[in-house]
Design a protein around this ligand. Structure first.
Ligand code: F6P
Length: 324
């Protein structure tokens, strides 16, 4: 292996830059040439590929976003698009790829590897933490802390006005952010896509809680089966039917995707980046470098995409018990 390429794809996540830095510097350390592909698979198709040096990644470890930009590519979903991408990489004699992203990125990487055979190792970059084969994904810790900071602030004003707040956090298919900032933020309820939401139970509990608590925080993952926070709040409000109670919704949105990565995310990103490059050098391919129980592991893309990493039921129980 002499020349590798690295790119970021899908929703950006804080720590992607730290991961790019680790990939570039590990590659150079081991005597490889390294190329950065801008705009993910779209950049691969259009040939937006440039050689990187050690200084190309100076002063980025602390920055959110991704210096290589990100995109979700429609064209790469077609065979013609992937063929174009292959031609671009072939022209540069790229013989290894590091793909930083989530399940969409790995789905593309798996198909691309199966069609054209360029060895590829992934790094788990998504705030959603919904990737099998790693305990945490790059960006998750930062996103949880961003949401938690917001919840702490909302709690102040909720308490001051005796209000019930529905706080919507990101997670189209995943409730990890909701669960962790729900536990950390002392939420009364957390609603996630992975489990069926029982609104009757929520209404009943809110009515009971009225005796002991004047304000409540309910964290809703955007992809909950009952709808988003606005929809759920409307239903709950009608059923609680208490004119003295004010209900409010705060949608945190994309602030969760930005900001300086936490120390944990920087370390995770650096470890995964190094492991991806060294994995490629040692013959790993069609897999993701992740951290399980503190150690680097390589998990096939097939498992990363196909297997689920369920939310621990004791986490949900914890929220219920601690909210009395
Ligand atoms: O995949 C990460 C994620 O943040 C999801 O939780 C969210 O639903 C989605 O990205 C939104 O992405 P975008 O607005 O960039 O399309």
């Amino acid at each position: 292996m002499k020349k590798i390429a690295v790119f970021t794809s899908g929703g950006d996540a804080p720590g992607m830059n730290a991961c790019i830095r680790a990939v570039v510097r590990t590659a150079i350390f081991h005597g490889l040439e390294v190329y950065g592909i801008t705009y993910g698979y779209d950049g691969m198709i259009s040939g937006n590929i440039k050689k990187m040096q050690s200084h190309s990644v100076s002063n980025i470890i602390q920055r959110g976003g991704t210096i290589l930009k990100s995109a979700r590519s429609e064209e790469f979903m077609t065979k013609e698009g992937r063929k174009k991408a292959y031609e671009q990489l072939k022209a540069l004699e790229i013989d290894g790829i590091v793909a930083i992203g989530g399940d969409g990125t790995f789905t593309g990487a798996k198909i691309f590897f199966e069609e054209f055979g360029i060895p590829t190792v992934g790094c788990p970059g998504t705030i959603d933490n919904d990737i099998f084969g790693t305990d945490y994904t790059i960006g998750f810790d930062t996103a949880v802390n961003t949401a938690l900071e917001a919840i702490d602030k909302i709690r102040d004003t909720a308490a001051a006005h005796d209000r019930i707040f529905f706080v919507e956090v990101m997670g189209r298919d995943s409730g990890y952010i909701a669960v962790e900032c729900g536990i950390g933020g002392g939420a009364e309820f957390v609603m996630v896509p992975e489990t069926e939401t029982d609104l009757k139970k929520v209404v009943k509990s809110l009515k009971n809680l009225r005796k002991s608590k004047s304000s409540s925080i309910i964290v809703v993952a955007e992809g909950d089966d009952e709808g988003n926070a606005e929809v759920i709040m409307d239903q709950v409000k009608k059923k609680v039917n208490d004119e003295d109670k004010e209900f409010k919704v705060t949608t945190l949105g994309h602030i969760q995707r930005g900001g300086n990565p936490t120390a944990r995310d920087r370390v995770l990103a650096s470890r995964c980046g190094m492991a991806a490059v060294e994995g490629l050098m040692n013959g790993q391919s069609n897999c993701m470098a992740g951290i399980v129980n503190g150690d680097v592991t390589y998990t096939s893309f097939e498992d990363c995409i196909g297997k689920t990493k369920p939310i621990k039921s004791d986490h949900l129980k914890l929220i219920e018990i601690l909210s009395i």
